[in-house]
Structure formats: C-alpha cells, structure tokens
Design a protein. Structure first.
Length: 268
C-alpha cells in the first residue's frame, strides 16, 4: 500500500529481512485447524476499524469473512500495522495479509501475492470551484492542496508539483473538510479512500479529474512458497470479482465505486 507512512516501503522490507523465517501453515493445516489468521491494519478506516461495540468492521473484514466462508473455516483477526505486514507473514504470525498491500518488487522478494483484490488510484479530487482537466493544472502557486501529515504523497507533491501550496491536517475527514470549506482547492492522493467523506458535504459539487496519475494494484499477501493456499485464494477472488461482490463491498464502505475496477480473469 502506498498510502500513509513513508516508512511503509523500505522499512517493511528491512523489518522483514530481520524477521525469523518460519514454515508457513499450509492450506491443509488451515483446513485441519479450522481457522485462518488474517492480518488487518487496525488504523485504516474504512478497511478495518472497530465499531462502538468493539467489533471489527470494514472492507477488509467483509473480504476476510468471504474468504473464510469459502474455505469453511473461522477467522482470527490479527491487528497488523503497516510496517508489520511482511514480517508477520515471514515469521508465520499470520496466514494472509490484507490492509491495502500494494504489489511491488521489493515485497515480492519476500512474500507471494494473489491476483489483485483492489486498486489504489493516485488522482486529483477537486470541486467545481476550480478549473483544471489534468493534475498538472493544479501546480500553480495560486492553488492550495490539502493533505495529511506523514503521507508519502506530501513528498511526491513537493517533487512533482512544487509550485502548489500545501495545507496539512491529521485525518482523511479533515482533508476533505478543508476543500469543502474552500480553505484548499484540491486533494492529490489515493482518492478512493477519501470519497466517503465527500458525502458529508452534499451542497459541494465534487469532481475527480480524469486520467489518473497512477493506478496501483493491491493484492493479498501470502508466505512465499505457500502455493496451494495462493491458488485457492485466486479462485475465491475470481468468484468474488466475477459476481460483483468485491465492488459491492467497496462501495458499501467507501461511498463510491472503485475508481478503477479490477477485471476478473480465470487465468491467473
């Protein structure tokens, strides 16, 4: 996942290299035990968060429950912070990792991936109060961009949109609020995660600028060499995608369709 902390890439790999490798539970082990350990990010609404009753809820929770139902097992949710995802797989503390795990070559040296579960779209979210048809149009010094402290996109904007001003806040909701209140003009980020908060401002005409800057594909992480589990997960994901269930779950939690949907293929 390319979203929150700048440490998520290099630090995750460094931590994983320091983790003690362990034999992963095979699919047969999981079926015999009747339980699958699923790593979820505990600080990433609307992927996974606790509701007022203390129960886990979110897109990842729905996906994890669907996987467990397909396998005929129970779920053990394992809170797994962003930099812990690869090390937890390597050290056999979890069987699979969710939490918007973006595919990249560094992680692929250490873990295996399923086919994509969802996308993350780096794009521009703005309103009808400002003109612009591409992300480059939001670079002048007259434009203020809202973002969150610690986001990797803060550095990306500094390198690629150096003329734009930056106004930094602490949460997704606050970022959207800045734009809704006219204190910022746009957001350059993985926009899917912000769409639900636009519903809080029905009088604002929101628009996503066409032609995304980048589309990243997030998949389920599996321990290296756990091929049978990966193969079965791929079949489960194909069925979830082909039936439209993934997109239904996404829209239910993020308030809008996935900006770039994953097209299911029966050929892994």
């Amino acid at each position: 996942m390319k979203r929150r902390h700048i440490l998520a890439g290099a630090a995750a790999v460094a931590l994983a290299l320091g983790a003690v490798a362990a034999d992963a539970k095979s699919l047969d082990d999981i079926l015999a035990e009747g339980k699958i350990r699923i790593g979820i990010n505990p600080n990433f609404p609307n992927m996974s968060t606790r509701n007022d009753a203390g129960e886990w809820t979110g897109f990842d929770i729905d996906v994890g429950n669907a996987i467990a139902a397909a396998l005929g097992v129970e779920v053990e949710w394992v809170p797994t912070e962003t930099p812990q995802r690869v090390p937890f797989l390597v050290s056999d503390r979890i069987d699979i990792s969710l939490g918007a795990l973006t595919r990249n070559s560094e992680r692929a040296k250490l873990i295996d991936y399923t086919v994509p579960l969802h996308t993350e779209v780096l794009a521009v979210l703005a309103t009808d109060k400002i003109e612009g048809d591409s992300w480059e149009d939001f670079n002048p010094d007259t434009v203020t961009l809202a973002n969150m402290r610690g986001n990797w996109t803060v550095d990306w904007i500094g390198e690629n949109m150096p003329n734009a001003k930056l106004e930094l806040v602490d949460t997704l909701a606050d970022t959207v609020r800045l734009v809704a209140q006219g204190r910022a003009d746009a957001i350059v980020e993985n926009i899917d995660f912000f769409m639900a908060f636009t519903k809080n401002y029905p009088d604002v005409t929101w628009r996503v600028i066409p032609n995304p800057i980048n589309v990243a594909y997030c998949a389920i992480g599996v321990a290296q060499g756990n091929d049978n589990l990966t193969e079965v997960l791929n079949i489960v994901l194909y069925n979830l995608h082909a039936s439209g269930k993934v997109n239904e779950m996404w829209e239910a939690h993020y308030g809008a369709p996935m900006l770039v949907k994953v097209e299911p293929s029966p050929y892994f």
